[in-house]
Design a protein around this ligand. Structure first.
Ligand code: AGP
Length: 605
């Protein structure tokens, strides 16, 4: 998704913004640009391509100034080209935009902009409307423009005759802002602010913020001054950077034991699950008749594991709905449905809009979010923050396992709140959860062995991943990882379903990854594996270290997973699959952290 940066102060604005845009690259983009306001003149440098290409242009164009805005664009309206890159300028107005203006065509007609626009973007139309309303008062022009817009926007705006000032306004798309040692800064996410300060605030929607070299002011749309709610960055700044790893993805995979500890330990008091810090009342977990998990991608896969855990332990129905489908399938949610929204970024618009819809239907809501103060956290009644720290690689890993850790805690607390478990059973479950970090450390210590597993699929065009029940949920996530970072077509398939059609695709040497971790499913899963083996598949088997295998079986390779109670086997198996995907991408020489076409945060529907 688009990245936004704005800076005004005593510092070197071009250098500050270029560095910040590099910190935002992980969001995914295809063009970049900056604009500098200097002595009443605005200079724009922008191009299709990477931030490094923009740096080259800046080295030639030598933009100077202490006030500027910068942008990395993930194309929505209009192709990838220099003209469509941001910033956009119309008259005396220069701006950058993250989001989608749904009524931009109507605005073109209403303000007779046909033939006056240099780009194909909806963003330039906003600049033109601002110019239309601008008569010297930025607040008035912004208020009148915002009232005409339909859609989502995070806008950072400069007016030629407003020296050293940057104005911002948002709806849904995020903006955070801060005061630095020598000025003020805003961005689409806190990663770009962290190098300057740990104190920041999340801009509320439909408020106008003005950044000046000596500070920040905020007004509501009626023009009244508004109170800023400051907060602190809640992760260790020293954790930013790759810490010597070639890619963030490897670093983040390796961080999992530590961040799982940091996520669970504050929620375990005297060996029992405890959400008192989060203020989640037990009645919320005890009274709901069913649960609906709303999420996308990896977060949705975490929800599938949560479904298995809760249905097995609690006995209530859990729906897991991909957020982009939720509102379009006549969802049945009401006051008896507990909605759990899961999101690493807390800004995925599909999930945010679905959550808002569910709340309008009267559903109680809890969100599981990794970014403090994010929109989804603020849109839910209660939030449980994962403590994964900044997840920079587009492919989510540590966010996934910390989301799982929270779901284990919710399962245990729900079992207690409903009187299903007594103390002893709950304590035993939590003790097993507390073992997860050391088990993952064992898996991570075998990463070279896992690297060799990756060789089995390195040159494949198609890979199948087969399992049943919880193993199938594990593989849905493992398959997404492999697709995302290696571009190999991978398909997770319920192994019992294969014989109803898809087994037709299994031929000699088809690579198949099989996961067998659930005692009650083992014999059926092994039968399904033999079905694909008899058709020539080369099977990579992930199975508990305690299992004995028939010596006569022909396995392409077997990885022995450290043993845990069956519900917790998700954790070691998932980390092995993360590493397989990582090593395939690494050995293919791909950009592991920034896969083609992908964005880290999807803020468009
Ligand atoms: C995960 O590897 C993907 N990058 C993607 O599926 C991601 O999980 C999804 O977009 C949801 O993002 P969120 O957790 O920030 O809401």
């Amino acid at each position: 998704m688009c990245g936004i940066i704005g800076y005004t102060g005593k510092g070197d604005a071009p250098g500050i913004m270029l560095d910040a845009l590099e910190l935002l690259e992980y969001r995914g983009y295809d063009s970049a640009g900056i604009a500098l306001l200097n002595e009443g003149k605005t200079q724009i440098v922008k191009c299709a391509g990477r931030v490094k290409d923009l740096r080259t242009l800046c080295a030639e164009g030598k933009p100077v100034g202490h006030c500027g805005i910068g942008h990395t664009r993930w194309a929505t309206h209009g192709g990838v080209c220099d003209e469509n890159a941001h910033p956009h300028r119309f008259g005396n107005v220069t701006l950058i935009h993250n989001g989608i203006i749904e009524n931009y065509r109507e605005l073109i007609d209403k303000y007779h902009l046909e033939g006056q626009l240099a780009s194909e973007t909806d963003s330039e139309v906003v600049a033109a409307v601002l110019q239309h309303f601008y008569q010297g008062d930025p607040y008035s022009a912004i208020r009148r423009t915002v009232l005409k817009l339909k859609g989502t926007f995070a806008l950072a705006i400069m007016f030629d005759d407003q020296p050293d000032q940057i104005f911002a306004v948002r709806n849904v798309s995020p903006i955070v802002a801060a005061v630095t040692g020598d000025g003020a800064i805003l961005s689409s996410d806190v990663a770009a602010i962290v190098p300057f300060t740990s104190d920041y605030f999340v801009m509320p929607e439909f408020h106008v913020v003005c950044l000046k070299p000596d500070g920040v002011e905020m007004f509501d749309l009626s023009g009244d001054k508004a109170e800023i709610e400051w907060q602190k960055v809640d992760w260790d700044v020293s954790r930013s950077g790759k810490a010597g790893y070639p890619f963030y993805m490897e670093k983040e995979i390796m961080e999992q034991p530590e961040v799982i500890r940091e996520t669970i330990l504050p929620r375990i008091k005297d060996g029992m699950p405890d959400f008192s810090e989060e203020g989640i009342p037990d009645h919320m977990l005890a009274d709901c008749k069913r649960i609906c998990v709303i999420a996308c991608g990896t977060a949705m896969h975490a929800g599938l594991v949560g479904k298995s855990l809760i249905q097995a332990m609690i006995g209530i129905h859990v729906d897991v709905v991909m957020a982009s489908e939720f509102m379009y399938n006549d969802p049945v949610v009401d006051k008896n449905t507990l909605v759990i929204a899961i999101s690493q970024s807390g800004e995925t618009i599909d999930t945010l809009e679905a959550l808002k819809f569910a709340r309008k239907c009267g559903s109680p809501s809890i969100s599981i979010v990794n970014v403090k103060g994010a929109s989804i956290a603020r849109a839910s009644e209660h939030v449980i923050y994962t403590c994964a720290g900044p997840e920079i690689a587009v492919a989510s890993t540590k966010a996934y396992t910390t989301q799982l850790a929270v779901l284990y805690l919710i399962t245990a607390r729900m079992a207690m709140a409903r009187g299903i478990w007594q103390e002893q059973q709950t304590r035993a479950y939590i003790n097993e959860l507390l073992r997860v970090p050391e088990v993952l450390e064992r898996v991570l210590s075998t990463k070279e062995e896992i690297h060799r597993l990756a060789d089995a699929v390195l040159n494949a065009h198609d890979v199948f991943m087969i399992g049943r029940g919880l193993d199938y949920s594990i593989l849905l996530e493992g398959s997404l990882k492999l697709k995302e970072v290696s571009y190999i077509h991978s398909e997770a398939y319920a192994s019992g379903e294969l014989k109803h059609g898809t087994i037709a695709l299994i031929t000699e040497d088809t690579p198949v990854i099989a996961v067998v971790t659930q005692e009650k499913l083992k014999s059926k899963e092994l039968s399904n594996i033999r079905e694909v083996q008899s058709r020539g598949a080369r099977v990579v088997l992930l199975i508990k270290e305690s299992e004995t295998l028939d010596e006569g079986e022909q396995w392409s390779c077997v990885y022995r997973l450290p043993k845990m109670d069956d519900p917790f086997m998700v954790m070691p198996a998932s980390v092995v699959l993360q590493l397989i995907a990582y090593y395939v991408s690494l050995d293919k020489g791909l950009d592991v952290d920034k896969p083609r076409n992908l964005a880290k945060v999807v803020t468009v529907e």
